[in-house]
Ligand binder design. Structure first.
Ligand code: LCS
Length: 394
């Protein structure tokens, strides 16, 4: 489709990166399930390895993976994207490309557990230092910047606290010091937030979540705004090997087509459920960016197109009451992950964020009573009735 960049969101989601197969007329992008590609002759092979267009070897590029990369790059307004074997492979691609001996990173304190853990426990082996700050106040990011800061890394909305970070303000702070800003946009998805449009240099996703949306694939992606940054990322990624398999890419291509429809429905359900929980006498606190009571609701309105489908809350009675809730709900599955068409509920302090020491978890507002629910696309009345029944048990 011509001029896809200027089409509406739903059209871009469904068509970007994809085209009818010229040989067969197949409307669904074929799965090029091959590890390698034959060259026409020796000179053609040499030209491909010398930088001419053409496929060589699936770790170094594959047409199915490329269709997905072009799709997400279009949705995020980037110059290009790199598919990764998992969200963590995407996170690592960014860290490995930008951080090295003597470098420093400033990151949101409430990151997905492993995104923080590898900066804290693995990268110091390579001479990298990191500062974790409450990035909901950009002043804290500015105060942590050093002359050797190469990367400002933020997750917004943050997992699992749903605390937001002002992307535009952080981009200015990073660029003033010559650092790049990378944003983990997993919780919002490109449907609700486009960090590159707000000044970020890199945006990444665990596509395991909203982009794929069907709880059947683990995958990640990194999108760059500028070709120079994309080339640096690509060099590291292709040689480190955390690339994407074509079948995996095809599954995500299938999933992403319904991203807009799923986000609309899940977000509508989430706002209704958050409104119900906020008024419920058994709930001690709730954080959902779509509620006016969220301390950064105004920032959500400025940089997002909706509050998303994930919320965290505490039940009166603390951890034990929260356990009773997650053990007894019947509509959401008791499982980690989020962003699927089905609702999922979990306890971050003992599950997704258990690897972070309790003191650091507390400082990052990941309290022991925090329950996280990722709301899916079920019939809303069933979600509310299920929650009401279990809260009555407590
Ligand atoms: N970034 C964010 C914000 C995430 O939530 C996750 C996974 C990742 C990166 C890593 O992606 P993966 O390698 O799993 O595709 N978050 C998970 C969660 O909250 N529960 O299970 C996984």
């Amino acid at each position: 489709m011509k001029d896809i960049q200027n089409k509406g969101m739903m059209t871009r989601i469904i068509h970007a990166g994809q085209h009818v197969d010229p040989q067969t007329g197949a409307v669904s992008t074929p799965i090029y399930q091959t590890s390698t590609f034959a060259f026409k002759d020796a000179d053609h092979g040499a030209a491909c390895f010398g930088g001419a267009p053409g496929y060589k070897y699936t770790r170094l590029g594959n047409p199915t993976t490329e269709a997905l990369e072009n799709n997400i790059a279009t949705l995020e307004h980037g110059c290009g994207a790199l598919g990764a074997a998992s969200g963590m492979a995407a996170v690592n691609m960014v860290y490995l490309t930008l951080l090295g001996q003597g470098a420093h990173a400033v990151a949101t304190e409430s990151l997905y557990g492993p995104s923080r853990m590898i900066l804290e426990s693995e990268y110091p082996r390579f001479g990298v230092e990191s500062s974790f700050v409450d990035s909901s106040d950009p002043q804290n990011v500015a105060a942590a910047m050093r002359d050797n800061t190469k990367l400002v890394y933020v997750e917004t909305p943050a997992n699992p606290t749903l605390i937001l970070t002002d992307i535009k303000a952080c981009a200015e702070i990073a660029h003033e010091k010559g650092a790049l800003l990378a944003v983990d946009n997993t919780f919002a998805s490109p449907y609700l937030q486009n960090p590159l449009e707000l000044g970020a240099d890199i945006v990444l996703h665990s596509m395991t979540k909203f982009i794929n949306g069907h709880t059947d694939v683990v995958a990640g992606i990194v999108v760059a705004k500028e070709p120079e940054v994309l080339a640096r990322l690509r060099k590291v990624h292709y040689n480190m090997g955390g690339t994407m398999d074509p079948h995996q890419a095809w599954l995500v291509l299938r999933g992403v087509k319904s991203l807009g429809l799923r986000m609309e429905r899940a977000q509508e359900n989430a706002l209704k459920l958050a409104t119900f929980l906020e008024k419920h006498p058994k709930i001690s606190w709730i954080r959902y960016p779509g509620l006016e009571s969220h301390p950064q609701h105004e920032l959500m309105r400025r940089q997002m197109r909706g509050g998303g489908a994930v919320m965290s809350f505490g039940v009166k009675g603390g951890l034990e009451a929260g356990k009773t809730l997650i053990n007894n709900v019947q509509v959401p599955a008791l499982a980690v992950s989020l962003g699927g068409i089905e609702s999922l509920i979990e306890h971050p302090a003992s599950m997704t964020h258990a690897g972070i020491p309790q003191e650091e978890r507390m400082a990052a507002h990941i309290s022991d009573d925090l329950v996280r629910i990722a709301v899916g696309c079920e019939t809303y009345a069933d979600l509310e009735a299920d929650m009401a029944r279990v809260l009555d048990m407590i």
